[in-house]
Design a protein around this ligand. Structure first.
Ligand code: NAP
Length: 282
């Protein structure tokens, strides 16, 4: 496979591969293992999973089938907001590790904020998982600016990332500035807005200039920004390969700026009523 291994991003001693393979809403075991294995064989070295997705056993199986050394693959998993209390949190981490067949993950995230449990308690459990060697690094997901400020002030161990929805159809400037101020990487979930921008004339036009696909342009636009990582999901072998083919070309400043104008679409695709915090103003 000629695709390069994705470059890495640094934060608080962590070296996280810029490109991860997302495993939310995934098919049944056999097909899932095959797809994750194909991602690893194509050069992906970062897999994004979560207790909530049910994909952890398939991630572990694919990792073993790949024959790659454990320390060459970055695995992220998450503890859902139902398990925000310290005891539940610890049980969730143990269950994740058992499902993955691993003794540690590379990154453990609080999946969504939980307003009914003091943040300090959840952060304490997160930090303990790190101190106990169950997670090499820790972070948060779907945290707004006020939550991030609170987490940075209260977490006993350094956080390395906030995994948030970010793509060419949503403006997240203020939140991204806050992440950078705190020295956090921005990890983009739903980096393709679940495909919403792939027919956009601006994206299609830039794609034809570079001989690349619209998905490659949308993903390149993200990773060309400072300290931004992505975890796209793809169920087609060709798309898995396409999505890693974004490190052999660059967008011009003009092209980057043209794509910025698309953020006026203001499309949030991940917005579950039961879990969402009060989102930051754009
Ligand atoms: N932290 C969180 O709360 C959170 C929330 C949402 C997602 N995530 C993570 O982020 C990952 C990605 O998010 P997502 O799956 O919601 O959305 P996404 O990656 O933005 O979009 C996935 C969609 O794009 C399509 N696609 C992928 N590559 C393509 C390509 N090269 N050309 C054309 N279409 C392409 C896929 O089609 P097919 O699948 O049909 O191939 C799928 O419909 C998840 O799997 C999960 O790991 C985290």
């Amino acid at each position: 496979m000629s695709n390069p291994i994705a470059p890495k991003l640094s934060a608080h001693g962590a070296e996280m591969p810029t490109l991860g393979y997302g495993t939310m809403l995934f098919p049944e075991p056999e097909h899932a293992i095959e797809l994750i294995l194909h991602a690893l064989n194509s050069g992906y070295r970062h897999i994004d999973t979560a207790r909530k997705y049910g994909s952890e056993p398939w991630v572990g199986e694919a990792m073993r089938a790949s024959g790659l050394p454990r320390d060459e693959i970055w695995v992220t998993t998450k503890v859902t907001e139902e398990n925000a209390k310290a005891d539940d949190f610890a049980r969730s981490v143990d269950t994740s590790l058992e499902a993955l067949g691993l003794d540690h993950v590379d990154l453990l995230l609080i999946h969504w904020p939980q307003p009914r449990v003091p943040l300090e308690e959840t952060l304490g459990a997160l930090a303990k998982a790190k101190r106990d060697g169950l997670a090499r690094h820790i972070g948060v997901s779907n945290f707004t600016i006020p939550l991030l400020d609170e987490a940075m002030a209260k977490c006993p161990e350094p956080l390395i990332t906030n995994q948030i929805e970010y793509h060419a159809y949503i403006r997240q400037d203020r939140l991204i500035t806050a992440c950078r101020k705190h020295g956090l990487l921005v990890t983009c979930h739903a980096p393709l807005a679940r495909g919403a921008m792939l027919d956009d004339p601006v994206i299609v036009d830039i794609a034809s200039t570079h001989g690349k696909t619209p998905a490659q342009i949308a993903l390149r636009w993200l990773v060309q920004q400072s300290n931004v990582a992505i975890v796209p999901r793809a169920l087609e072998i060709s798309e898995i390969e396409e999505n890693i083919g974004i490190f052999d070309f660059a967008l011009s400043e003009t092209e980057m700026a043209r794509i910025v104008t698309l953020q006026d679409n203001n499309l949030r695709v991940i917005n579950p009523e039961v879990r969402r915090p009060v989102w930051d103003e754009a």
